[in-house]
Write a protein that binds this ligand. Sequence first.
Ligand code: SF4
Length: 441
Amino acid sequence: MSSVNSTIQLITREQAENGTPGRAQSSCSTELAKGPWEFDLAEALAGTPGYGPGASSADAAPAATPRQGQLPQEYKDASDDELESRIIAAKAELGDRVVILGHFYQRDEVVKFADFVGDSFQLANAAKTRDAAEAIVFCGVHFMAETADMLSQPGQSVILPNLAAGCSMADMADAPSVEACWEQLEALYGTEPDAEGRVPVIPVTYMNSSAALKAFCGEHGGIVCTSSNAATVLEWAFERGQRVLFFPDQHLGRNTAKAMGVPLEAMPLWNPRLPLGGNDAVTLQDARVVLWQGFCSVHKRFTVAQIEQARADFPGVRVIVHPECPMEVVDAADEAGSTDYILKAIDAAPAGTTFAIGTEINMVNRLAAQYPQHTIFCLDPVICPCSTMYRIHPGYLAWVLEGLAAGEVRNRISVPEATAVNARIALERMLAAKPSAARRA
Ligand code: SF4
């Protein structure tokens, strides 16, 4: 199977020659065929950061979003084959001094050089097994590199090949907005525990958030969750708190709490631009989970109509979606689960199973290639990768690796120790949280 990038290049060529893609597939933007450095430059000239073409392109990037300086011309001009040879040579020269991590959603042209491929937390932990490595090159997005930095050994540097590879969902909750929300909730709820010793509200942040927000949770009795352990973490939080403030992904929070029996009317949405998040005091008093108004633009693309179409085209198809998808999509699917869940479900299925998957296209295509005994396709017929993951091109990987080989650490991601100390507390609470006996059964 060809990579997502080569399919996008083909679609774009056909469109330029014939005025139409000429194939069943199409992409959400012909701009995806360009080198990401064109967007680094365009954003620098405009003086405003952006997310580039792809699923998050319409999301507003905060002014403080990190920007990438210009990639030297030789890397922009290099052919794919030349970049590949340079990456292989630099990696060989560096040997055990470097470990390359590739997220499931990263493009194939980069992932093929990774020593480990996985989700953000698996990768941060994988890096620990290579404690001899001086540098960890994280081919994912900014918050993932921050987590790897906080969990890595002192003296190891974590490198993000393109600093513009952020995450629009993570950027939807920043520390000042969450602090302002917290102040309002504390003013409303007070700070006294109830008769069972439960505090009024516990902050829970999804792994897809800045280190500053993980630190906020560590400081305020809160915890981090991933899409694999969100239910266990909510149980942990409900044992200690009357309510949960969940950020930044409303969908993961809603889907998880709903599956645990929390009614929708007890899950108000918090809009950070409005007083009390746009709610009245009574609604917030009755809340069990206050959901931050964030979302992932990749997973927001999946719809119930796509599921109906998949079922019409492939009777008996097994539909699995990621819990960052909207509630009605999760409800209409056969199953919902993290990237790890999806991978294991496909691995365990009898040969000949047909899967329609609701998650990022690079991962879905890779699974289709890895499991030829099944039919696996993405629910969304339009090719629209995560814009920010896509900002990491082999040119940037070659640039940071050759820099390392020459003794220069480029694009280091470093979390201040004062932040990391509190963030690690929230991460450690997550690692210690265990599912209840009822959920284990
Ligand atoms: S897929 Fe969504 S949540 Fe993941 S990095 Fe991209 S924008 Fe962020």
